[in-house]
Design a protein around this ligand. Structure first.
Ligand code: ADP
Length: 268
């Protein structure tokens, strides 16, 4: 079992990724795809006159301020254009993909964090009415039955809160929870960098291998959004996933190359 997270940054080539994933599915591999859509959400939010806003938590993590309007735009982009675009690409390649958000079938469930402590202009503040949270439970039964019937699940945020509200969750960490719940051997996170870079953005500073018990030390190397990937990797490995690979989603055969050892291989 393999979980593949496809990022949404500029340069990521959905067609090359779909070619490679389709080939591996046809060869009999059980794969679950998770995707993001952050960059496109920023663009659409600007166009709709509701520009994106990012919050920095007291512990130093950034997340999208998700008020009700942002959540609506988020769903238009993630569940609409991106999810259907990815599913269509697989259908064109003869792979019967099914697109689902974390709301559908309560696929990704967890607590909503309606009060967030943030730092704004150097001062501590509390933000309320945010629709964000994290995935704690995965409906593996639904995923396994789709896989057994030969479907390729294509999953996207939002998730659903225990109270039944749509919540914005980080795609990398949702992918990590999914890989853990399915006891996947490998989680591959494809983005627009070759992997974790010691000196970002110098691509020649790629870190090739990180033993599972040393991953925590790399939290400082990863800046801003890359931190969520390192955190996801940490969570996946702690929950029994064999290895996590950060690899380049801009190249031909990105998944095959990652599985052959390109990128940053963590654990394994
Ligand atoms: P995606 O949308 O593909 O999930 P993100 O944009 O969230 O990806 O995260 C990947 C980005 O993280 C890279 O494009 C890069 O700008 C940034 N980044 C920060 N620190 C690092 C690092 N040490 N190594 C690689 N990328 C990094």
């Amino acid at each position: 079992m393999l979980v593949v997270k496809i990022g949404g940054g500029t340069g990521i080539d959905y067609d090359l990724i779909a070619d490679d994933v389709s080939r591996l599915v046809r060869a009999g591999n059980k794969i679950v795809v998770v995707h993001g859509g952050s960059a496109l959400t920023n663009e659409v939010s600007e166009k709709l006159g509701h520009p994106p806003e990012f919050l920095t938590s007291v512990s130093g993590y950034t997340s999208r301020r998700t008020d009700k309007r942002t959540l609506e735009i988020f769903e238009m982009v993630y569940c609409g254009q991106v999810n259907k675009g990815v599913v269509e690409r697989f259908q064109q390649r003869g792979v019967n993909a099914v697109g689902l958000s974390g709301i559908d079938g309560r696929l990704w469930e967890g607590p909503r964090k309606s009060v967030i402590k943030v730092i704004r202009n150097g001062r501590k503040m509390v933000v309320r009415d945010d629709f964000t949270g994290k995935v704690e439970k995965v409906n593996t039964g639904l995923l396994v039955s789709l896989l057994e019937q030969g479907y390729l699940p294509v999953l996207t945020p939002p998730a659903i809160s225990y109270e039944g509200e749509a919540i914005n969750v980080d795609g990398d960490r949702a992918a990590a929870m999914t890989a853990a719940a399915l006891s996947a051997e490998t989680l591959v996170i494809l983005s627009n960098v070759p992997g974790l870079l010691e000196k970002f953005p110098d691509e020649s500073s790629l870190i090739r291998k990180i033993p599972a018990d040393e991953i925590e030390q790399f939290m400082d190397v990863a800046k801003d959004r890359m931190k969520k990937k390192v955190m996801g990797a940490m969570e996946a490995l702690a929950d029994g996933v064999g290895k996590v690979i950060f690899a380049d989603g801009r190249v031909e055969n990105p998944l095959t190359r990652a599985l052959e050892g390109e990128g940053t291989v963590i654990g394994g």
